[in-house]
Design a protein around this ligand. Structure first.
Ligand code: ZN
Length: 267
């Protein structure tokens, strides 16, 4: 696969990669409708791991054949930076990975994707993009006890009192549409906040309150791109549990609630 190619090549190769992924799906005997849905999912422009000089994972990342059932919106609990540059975005990815590996002891960045306040989208955990293209699930570490069924997007900032930038919001909608299309998910059901699964304030009161309009925007974008919303029936144990929010969540950089629980087999 070409996900490690540098910025100059990635735009050119993007379309080809999506098309070959669709061909593999069709060859594996998956219904033609699914193959067409995946082929239509526009992969947003993004920075891959090589672009932000990611460290290799300390152990192999696990990839599950079954696609995820939910896409989880997080905030990064880092400052609401006004540096909207590419350099800042790539540095953010590195700092999150360093925190997750060196302080948390995880094998890699916990989240599959990161979006900066400048609207730059970055691949997070190793194999995250390959998995989306294949329709498989790269297991991350971002939602305690549900990492086997959820894909996580970390959005730069802390959104308890104010909302994200327009650039971040636009990129988030695009990314959510890509993921929902690739995995055959219904945005109305699949797009959730971290607090829907774990007791945490993440992704912040303001960003959490935006989720209904984000779901509608994603549904609209998918329809405009000719993608059909999925109708997957989610098993009861995989559905959000809506725990109550903690009274006094610690406010420290990079901490946005529990990322790993007793049920998680990966880290
Ligand atoms: Zn979170």
């Amino acid at each position: 696969m070409c996900q490690q190619d540098g910025p100059a090549r990635r735009t050119v190769l993007q379309g080809a990669a999506v098309a070959s992924g669709a061909a593999l799906v069709a060859g594996a005997g998956v219904a033609t409708a699914n193959a067409q849905t995946r082929a239509a999912a526009a992969e947003p422009a993004m920075y891959f791991r090589a672009d932000w000089n990611a460290r290799p994972p300390s152990s192999p990342v696990q990839v599950l054949a079954a696609p995820p059932t939910h896409v989880v919106v997080h905030h990064t609990a880092t400052p609401n930076s006004t540096d909207y540059s590419e350099a800042h975005a790539l540095a953010l990815s590195r700092s999150i990975q360093n925190h997750h590996m060196d302080t948390q002891g995880w094998i890699d960045a916990g989240q599959q994707f990161t979006i900066s306040r400048g609207g730059h989208l970055m691949e997070g955990r190793n194999l995250a993009v390959v998995a989306v293209r294949e329709g498989t699930h790269c297991v991350g570490t971002h939602v305690a006890d549900h990492n086997g069924t959820t894909v996580g997007i970390e959005n730069e900032g802390i959104y308890m009192e104010e909302g994200p930038t327009q650039e971040l919001t636009d990129r988030l909608i695009e990314t959510l549409a890509w993921l929902c299309g690739a995995y055959g998910l219904d945005p109305q059901q699949a797009i959730v906040g971290h607090r829907d699964f774990n007791s945490t304030a993440c992704p912040g009161d303001v960003l959490y309150a935006m989720l209904p309009e984000l779901r509608d925007a994603v549904s609209g974008l998918m329809a405009a791109q000719g993608m059909e919303s999925g109708t997957a029936d989610v098993a009861a144990e995989d559905r959000p549990t809506y725990p109550s929010a903690p009274e006094d969540e610690p406010r420290r950089e990079f901490f946005h609630g529990p990322g790993r629980g007793a049920d998680d087999f990966s880290r």
